[in-house]
Unconditional design. Structure first.
Lengths: 127, 111
């Protein structure tokens, strides 16, 4: 059974950096058949996919992709020794206040889906 | 704002059926498969439908998905009180260098 355990501060000051960690059990951050994502949810913006990181053994390299809405402010990185991945969002404003989820994505023969979700972390941006 | 439009709310009495629509465009629903999620208050979304109409194991047959052109639908038959929740469609969008986009969400109320 895959479990995703999130950690990180619930309060961040405007203009500072939001940092969250997602610890994975039951799977490997280096798996070549899944991707590891961050999704957030707020009343004003709804559910919003922020980006992903994933490893592909064929080319022996890591990839990261980001939503255009946060590109330039966001970094999602893996940490293989601890089997976890991180979210960093720079220069936050109150608009970044949301519940943040780490999520596993898997593709199967008949489609794809986000199957395992972290418990969610409410991050409030306020001075 | 979301590029996938859903009605804000739908309702029905126990035993009735409801259908939730998800309207998109050629860059998302028109060219990629749609998934549906159910979200109960205070919890993470739960997968109901993937690949437009596939049901994961454990999801009741009362839930079914369909797609036509640039719109998708989630039908719930035989409504039960535990179906009262928020429902979201989600799909890959080929625009803006690619991204996953979620619908605006539909609150289903069981009267």
């Amino acid at each position: 059974q895959v479990q995703l355990q999130q950690s990180g501060p619930g309060l961040v000051k405007p203009s500072q950096t939001l940092s969250l960690t997602c610890a994975i059990s039951g799977d490997s951050v280096s798996s070549s058949i899944v991707t590891w994502n961050w999704i957030r949810q707020s009343p004003s913006r709804g559910l919003e996919w922020l980006g992903r990181t994933y490893y592909r053994s064929k080319l022996s390299r890591w990839y990261s992709d980001y939503a255009a809405s946060v590109k330039g402010r966001i970094t999602i990185n893996p940490e293989t020794s601890q089997n976890q991945f991180f979210l960093q969002l720079n220069s936050v404003t109150p608009e970044d206040t949301a519940v943040y989820y780490c999520v596993r994505y898997v593709a199967v023969r008949t489609g794809w889906y986000f199957d395992y979700w972290g418990q969610g972390t409410l991050v409030t941006v306020s001075s | 704002q979301s590029v996938l439009t859903q009605p804000p709310s739908e309702s029905g009495t126990p035993g009735q059926g409801v259908t939730i629509s998800c309207s998109g465009s050629s860059s998302n629903i028109g060219s990629n498969t749609v998934n549906w999620y159910q979200q109960l208050p205070g919890t993470a979304p739960k997968l109901l439908i993937y690949g437009d109409h596939q049901r994961p194991s454990g999801v009741p047959e009362r839930f079914s998905g369909s797609k036509s052109g640039t719109s998708a639908s989630l039908a719930i038959s035989g409504l039960r009180s535990e179906d009262e929740a928020d429902y979201y469609c989600v799909v890959w969008d080929d625009s803006l260098n690619g991204r996953y986009v979620f619908g605006t969400g539909t609150k289903v109320t069981v009267l």
